[in-house]
Design a protein around this ligand. Structure first.
Ligand SMILES: NC(=O)c1ccc[n+]([C@@H]2O[C@H](COP(=O)([O-])OP(=O)(O)OC[C@H]3O[C@@H](n4cnc5c(N)ncnc54)[C@H](OP(=O)(O)O)[C@@H]3O)[C@@H](O)[C@H]2O)c1
Length: 285
């Protein structure tokens, strides 16, 4: 993958969900630019294999991994403790791990899985790392959202789909939450040299949805004919994580390396503040 930026030497970059799909390609591209890359994944075997693959492909030996099931708040806290034991700076955080769940499931902490993994994970991990990120500034946070956030809303009366669960509604809500979290965090980071932006990678041929049985996998396999490759899907991640063109740009939403408007609901200041408060309560910070 090409990039306009080759000055990532000496920068610590953490990429979550880096054992597959868009995340792996992002981690690989940053490693190719000379960054010190920290992969986050939930499977030791997959992490070890991905690190080996990236080292072989890029010739960069500074690629390591940390383990966590990011739907678990306890494991996110453990991950951050391990991070602090090993590193003293974080220049780039790419919040990318996510999934779609056709049937309602709950995380080990008893929170609906889509909300726990796709939103509360980004929220808690970022907040726990924020002091380190600020101390490493100029620094960047990149939140992977989705086209699915258009038309979604945050259902404060039933955030976890306890009364009624439809996977697409839950997924859209979580991806709208990614955008609202990004904008609210950007407002809270005003006056610092930390930027935070969200993006839509496009429809990408990855293993997303793999947790939902053979029927879903079959449909996704068929749809792949129209999808972007993971290399194409990761371009905006890499752009926001590394390009000089977006230096100082914050609180924006991107698609295909261009700033675009997100859904009108994402600009609701009151809802964003409320989402922040509810999320803080749910993760206990
Ligand atoms: N693919 C698309 O068309 C598309 C479109 C819009 C947005 N997105 C977004 O892009 C991001 C990446 O998705 P992808 O398409 O690359 O999917 P993917 O191929 O399924 O990769 C998802 C990554 O997240 C990891 N992950 C999943 N659950 C996890 C958990 N509980 N704890 C830790 N890691 C976990 C996976 O690890 P394992 O390897 O262990 O499963 C994998 O590394 C997601 O945020 C998704 O919402 C994707």
């Amino acid at each position: 993958m090409q990039s306009s930026n080759t000055a990532m030497h000496g920068k610590n970059c953490m990429v979550t969900g880096a054992t597959a799909g868009i995340g792996e390609v992002t981690a690989q591209a940053l490693a190719r630019m000379g960054a010190d890359v920290i992969l986050v994944g939930r499977s030791q075997q997959k992490c070890a294999n991905t690190v080996t693959r990236i080292k072989e492909k890029t010739g960069n030996s500074s690629v390591e991994y940390l383990l966590a099931d990011l739907s678990s708040q306890a494991q996110i806290r453990e991950l951050v403790a391990q991070f602090h034991n090993r590193y003293d700076r974080l220049d780039v955080l790419v919040n990318n791990a996510g999934g779609a769940f056709i049937w309602r499931q709950e995380s080990v902490g008893g929170i609906e899985m889509t909300f726990a993994l796709n939103h509360l994970n980004y929220f808690l991990l970022t907040n726990l790392l924020l002091d380190t990120i600020k101390n490493s500034s100029p620094a960047r946070i990149v939140n992977v959202s989705s086209n699915s956030h258009y038309g979604a809303n945050i259902n404060f009366e039933d955030l976890e789909g306890k009364r009624k669960y439809w996977w697409n509604t839950a997924y859209g809500q979580s991806k709208l939450a990614n955008v609202m979290f990004t904008y609210e965090l950007a407002r809270r980071l005003e006056g610092t040299s930390v930027t935070v932006n969200a993006l839509n990678p496009g429809f990408v041929a990855t293993d997303i949805g793999k947790n939902n049985g053979w029927y879903t996998r079959l449909i996704l396999w068929f749809l792949r004919l129209w999808a972007l490759t993971p290399q194409e899907g990761a371009r905006t991640n890499v752009y926001l994580a590394s390009s000089h063109e977006v230096e100082g740009v914050t609180g924006k939403y991107f698609f295909k390396e261009k700033q675009v408007e997100s859904d009108p609901a994402s600009y609701d200041l009151e809802a964003a503040r409320r989402l922040w408060e509810v999320s803080a309560e749910m993760v206990g910070i």
